[in-house]
Design a protein around this ligand. Sequence first.
Ligand code: SF4
Length: 431
Amino acid sequence: MIHEDMICPFCGCLCDDLVIETEGSEVVRVDNACTLGSHKLMNAGKHRLKAPIMRDGGAWRDASYEEAMEYTAGILLDADRPLLYGWSSTQGEAQGAGVSMAELLGGVIDSTTSVCHGPSILAIQEVGHPGCTLGQVKNRADLIVYWGCNPTEAHPRHMSRYTTYADGYFLENAFRDRKLIIVDVRKTETGSIADEFMQVKPGGDYAVLSALRAIVRGREDVVPPTVAGVTKEQLLRVAALCKEAKFGALFFGVGLTMSPGKYKNVRNAIELVDDLNRYTKWTLTPLRGHYNVYGSNEVFTWMTGYPYAVDFSRQIAFYNPGETTAVDILARQECDAALIVASDPGAHFPKKCLEHLASIPSVLIDPMHTMTTPLVRCQIPVAVTGMDASGTAYRMDGVPIHVKKFLDLGYPTDTEIITKIFEKVTEVRHP
Ligand code: SF4
């Protein structure tokens, strides 16, 4: 059977033009996806956990969904400071149920944002977001800057769908008419096709952004001969290209958000875009990783006023990244139970955090074994959104997209499991 116009549930590009062929419950062909998306869709049906598993002494045993959900509700109800973490590779509907449960429990809910683009959001909260849709970029932008990111490997279709290789309404031959500037600490594959590659010494992004801002504002006299490894000559050239563009689009990744300077780097980038907007049109977009991490920020914000790291222990929503973020709560050994949903902290968190996670009652909701599995006491397998579950996800530019299912493998969705756990918690807290 052929399924057309399907959505790839891998990265924040949320490509919506996939053609998927299935035979029974097997995916036999995926057209239009990149290697990452294609690999996920070809294999996500094959390596699933068959049923919930629970630790029994030193070994795992199979459990029923009912037993696993009872256990999850029990550990969350018994905890003084439960942590509900993850939420970036699941549907918006599940994220909403998670926020309601965190509020009822007086717990903390945080998404993977706190270890990727959290600093971008802090900067946006201070100075605003001159953003636009990816469609605007494709149709109008004649100059693209990628700063601290490598879309060729992390978002492989970003350049072919929206920037370098994507012809648009006002750019009939994008590859010829659209210029590309890459700023990074090393020359990646993306850097090798740039019109201008600006190599910044590690930790030098803030200084280079400041130098560009000074030049754009007419104060090139204060810029020294080299700034963080970049010559003044190149800075002048790049600033001139940026001012001459009809429509510029700056994309940035964790190379900017997680290097020294963190949110101040992003704030400086936004202010550079603001300075450039005095001459021409410029926009800025964070390259979001997990396919619905943007959605977690949207859903948390509608429901609590805050985009991530929301702490309900005071009976109101409280937000203080650096204090209420998952890594900090785990490192301080503060939480006494954890529910991990659609993310893999076992692969990314510091050892100290994982040691604490392994020492407390915890449950993982995820379709497959991950590096978090050995750290938890129970895992509940669910359907994969975009394969055997439908739901809402937000693309990296904030456009909501209905992600469609094309298979039925008999697994419950994240939303169904979290809603049932929430109902069990509600029965006890509000009988
Ligand atoms: Fe999927 Fe991202 Fe590749 Fe598009 S670029 S096919 S969303 S992994």
